[in-house]
Design a protein around this ligand. Structure first.
Ligand code: FAD
Length: 450
């Protein structure tokens, strides 16, 4: 049996839900949202851990306090979402070496300056040559080499490039960042959005227009419409489809598209890099790390870049929770995803004992999210090479016939962020509404011609 709708949206992350909402507000309410997992939210994902709600995916509302208001910050304010201001700026003065000594602030400041200079040099080299030859860049005279420089370089590159290049999020919305610290989770914003057009009862979406556990595997499209097949063999037909799956999923072979996407489209999709960013949560029987002002973030300087480098305690967000978070990225993320969590806990404990001494207690629980190995994500967020131009983004988001594209990776200014995903959902559905109006106009003209 085939189910029919006007528009099918593949994926119920924030871009898919935002797109559905705009369509509903414009009178297109026979929309079907097909979501592969058993929940909405996608890369916004909360989990109960150690007595509190932690965010395995997006945690911060980034870009607050500027002239223009971040729309996600507005949504959070309307929902009274509890948040907590994060100030990373002093993290560079909380750097521990392998013997647990805090690096003196003078050395930290010098290393910081060197890492920034090296980042600027790298960027100008990357801009000069479109070939992305990392080994060549690593040989720059100012390339970071000592454990402290490597740690700072990691923080700069894998977290905040704001000091090195202008990032639209900070320029347009402001430089402040707020951590979501709400038991309802970041995902509460999606439920708030959904309740304006889907039937929700006691926190559950009970509406046949949202179908969970529906893994889209095939998408056929023609001049007349689209036909979507899910892994469980169900068929869904519509006039249009919006694909909101991540760039990692588009690059994988999860969804087979027939006829295949044109070359300009696949080239644009494949040109985009993906960052894997993993927050590992550790629960302890009691806290042994310094708290108080300017201590929330701390850094471990190791001779391997990115080895359990960036730490945060959760006392500001959830006092008394006794939880630490350590962030790993890319190759280190993939490495720990592939090993048992017990091994990761052992490694993390060794690092913590290096920093805080042998007598600290063992962690009693751990969560290691697996964004890379999740076939519905294949990484954490898009990362466009510096030389990518405006045309590339046009290609990434341009529809192919009746197939429309949305998601954080389609946002030229705010890719990688929740607000980028949210705004892209709105943009894509507006583009689709325009197309639907044109289509209707063409049909009326044809009828009049008879
Ligand atoms: P998604 O949320 O990925 O939605 C796509 C949906 O499609 C998913 O629900 C997926 O299950 C579904 N899907 C995939 N394949 C199929 C299929 N075949 N059939 C049906 N459904 C399918 N942003 C910030 O602003 N601040 C942060 O602090 C921040 N930190 C982050 C930390 C991590 C660890 C991660 C992973 C991301 C972080 N981000 C952050 C980025 C932010 O989470 C994303 O940009 C945003 O949530 C992406 O939304 P989206 O709708 O584009 O995609």
């Amino acid at each position: 049996r085939t189910t029919r709708a006007s528009v099918i949206i593949v994926g119920a992350g924030i871009s898919g839900i935002a797109a559905a909402k705009v369509l509903a507000e414009n009178g297109v309410d026979d929309v079907l949202i097909l979501e592969a997992s058993d929940r909405i939210g996608g890369r916004i994902r909360k989990e109960q851990f150690g007595g509190v709600t932690v965010e395995l995916g997006a945690g911060w509302i980034a870009g607050v306090g500027g002239k223009q208001s971040n729309p996600v910050w507005e949504l959070a304010r309307e929902s009274n979402l509890k948040t907590c201001f994060s100030d990373y700026s002093y993290a560079r003065y909380n750097i521990y070496d392998r013997s647990g000594k805090i690096i003196p602030s003078g050395i930290a400041a010098d290393s910081y300056k060197k890492a920034v200079d090296s980042a600027i040099q790298k960027l100008s080299q990357e801009q000069a040559s479109t070939a992305h030859d990392v080994s060549l860049l690593a040989d720059l005279p100012s390339a970071p080499k000592t454990p402290v420089e490597l740690a700072i370089d990691f923080i700069l590159h894998d977290f905040e490039m704001a000091e090195v290049e202008p990032i639209s999020t900070y320029v347009e919305f402001g430089e402040r960042e707020f951590l979501v610290a709400d038991e309802r989770g970041y995902e509460h914003l999606l439920y708030k959005m959904a309740e304006s057009f889907l039937h929700i009862s006691e926190g559950y979406i009970l509406d046949s227009r949202l179908k969970l556990n529906k893994v889209v595997r095939e998408l056929q499209h023609s001049r007349n419409g689209v036909l979507v097949t899910t892994e469980d063999g169900c068929l869904y037909e519509a006039n249009y489809v919006i694909l909101s799956v991540s760039i990692g999923v588009l690059q994988s072979n999860l969804i087979s598209i027939r006829p295949p996407l044109p070359r300009w489209k696949t080239e644009a999709i494949n040109k985009c890099d993906i960052i894997t960013y993993t927050k590992v949560f550790l629960k302890f029987p009691y806290k042994f790390w310094p708290c108080g002002p300017e201590k929330e973030f701390f850094i471990y300087a190791h001779d391997r870049r990115g080895y359990y480098t960036f730490w945060q305690h959760m006392e500001n967000a959830f006092p008394g929770s006794n939880i630490l978070v350590v962030t790993l990225t890319n190759e280190e993320s993939k490495r720990i995803e592939a090993q048992p969590d017990g091994e990761t806990m052992k490694e993390a404990m060794e690092v913590l004992r290096n920093m805080f001494g042998p007598d600290i207690p063992d962690a009693i629980n751990i969560i290691v999210p697996r964004w890379w190995n999740n076939r519905f994500q294949r990484g954490s967020y898009s990362n466009y090479p510096i030389h990518v131009n405006h045309q590339h983004f046009n290609d990434i988001k341009a529809p192919v016939g009746r197939v429309f594209f949305t998601g954080e990776h389609t946002s030229e200014k705010f890719n990688g962020y929740v607000h980028g995903a949210y705004l892209s959902g709105i943009d894509t559905s507006k583009a689709l509404l325009d197309e639907m109006r044109k289509d209707k106009g063409r049909k009326t003209e044809n009828t009049q011609a008879f």
